[in-house]
Design a protein around this ligand. Structure first.
Ligand code: CP3
Length: 344
């Protein structure tokens, strides 16, 4: 079995398999070149030839153990009918959804019409992995979790405090629940379609899980993940699913127990030894190198890679960052990280 899938099924290899969040991106010159040819980020995402090529770039350069589909979590709002643009230097921009009326038009939309090029990308990557001899590399599909996707749908952009989203969740829980339910259903359909197309594992990114209190974490992080897991399991009983409730802290064990995910990604704020005792005893884990430690390099990087490997590598563990790689990260630091990880 491919090493990543082996770990996700609970096994412990002698050297942890590795990939990086955002491994296909702006720190790679070959990515910048292809993005220039495509025109924009979204032109890359919706072109299955370009998107597959970009997905393969970090595999060819570093021999990562997993390829992650090149796409974005915000294709779901776009497929539902909310506009989406990526402005240079600004990130994503959407016309905000702030009341129940604003999303009535999103019901009865066939999201697969917009998303079908992404399913084609998955098919292309599986073919390329096979044809280029990467028979130990697994392809991971992904989606944003409903809470995080809703944050962008409601704010219309990134935010420091997500004031409009949180105010709506407290002031009008029924209205906000309806938005979360709509996104939950679309996300489950989307992930199932990715598995149908050939994704070998799936990941649910809840990047803003860590800004919620206990009540809202249960309701908007755990609840939707439970429903998505049930829907996936009905169609694909065995596909591994990695949950990523970023910033979830002491809520991680509860998230694992209640959602039934196969594994969890650990952000860099979670102490590795705490995670070994309280999370890895429940399921395989992935993480949790601080991306800025990788950016900085040097002896701190070497020490951290060794420390994380020794603390978590005794059990089922996939080495990764605690969040996406920063675009200013030198490629030599990634190579160093891999050398240190792979040496005995
Ligand atoms: O390599 C991979 O990990 C796969 C591709 C991937 C992207 N986005 C590509 C991307 C994945 C898994 C994502 C997830 C994503 N997108 C998340 C969840 C994970 C996280 O980072 O917290 C979120 C919150 C988004 C939304 C998003 N997309 C933002 C806020 C931005 C702008 C910030 C930025 O880094 O520019 C994006 C753009 C984006 N998504 C880029 C890439 C490679 C950069 C686009 C470019 O300029 O080329």
């Amino acid at each position: 079995m491919k090493p990543i899938l082996d770990v996700l099924n609970g096994h412990t290899p002698s050297v942890p398999p590795v990939w990086m969040m955002r491994q296909a991106g702006r720190y790679l010159p070959e990515y910048m070149e292809l993005r220039g040819k495509a025109g924009s980020f979204l032109d890359l995402v919706y072109n299955p030839d370009f998107a597959a090529e970009v997905t393969m770039q970090p595999i060819r350069r570093f021999g990562m153990d997993a390829a992650i589909l090149f796409s974005d979590i915000l294709v779901i709002p776009q497929a539902l009918g909310q506009g989406l643009a990526f402005k240079a230097g600004e990130g994503p921009v959407l016309p905000p959804v702030r009341t129940s009326e604003d999303f009535q038009g999103f019901y009865d939309v066939d999201i697969h019409k917009t998303l079908s090029p992404i399913y084609q990308t998955i098919k292309n990557v599986r073919t390329m992995l096979r044809d280029e001899g990467y028979d130990q590399t697994a392809l991971i599909g992904f989606a944003g979790a409903p809470w995080t996707v809703a944050c962008y749908m409601v704010e219309g952009r990134g935010s420091r405090d997500f004031i409009n989203t949180k105010r709506w969740a407290y002031a009008d829980p029924d209205g906000f629940d309806a938005l979360i339910d709509l996104v939950t259903q679309a996300t489950a359909d989307y992930l199932i379609a990715q598995a149908d197309a050939g994704a070998e594992a799936l990941k649910l990114f809840d990047s803003w899980a860590g800004i919620l209190d206990e009540m809202l974490f249960e309701r908007y992080v755990i609840g939707p993940a439970q429903k998505i897991m049930a829907a996936i399991r009905a169609k694909h009983p065995d596909i591994p699913v990695i949950g990523f409730p970023r910033g979830g802290g002491v809520m991680y064990p509860r998230y694992v127990r209640q959602t039934g995910v196969s594994a969890v990604a650990l952000d860099q704020t979670l102490p590795a030894d705490w995670a070994a005792d309280h999370v890895q005893t429940l399921c395989p884990v992935q993480g949790n190198l601080e991306p800025f430690c990788l950016l900085a390099g040097g002896t701190a990087l070497e020490k951290e890679v060794k420390r994380i490997k020794s603390v978590l590598g005794e059990g089922p563990f996939i080495f990764n960052l605690g969040h996406g790689i920063h675009k200013e990260t030198p490629i030599a630091h990634v190579e160093k990280m891999l050398d240190v990880l792979r040496e005995d």
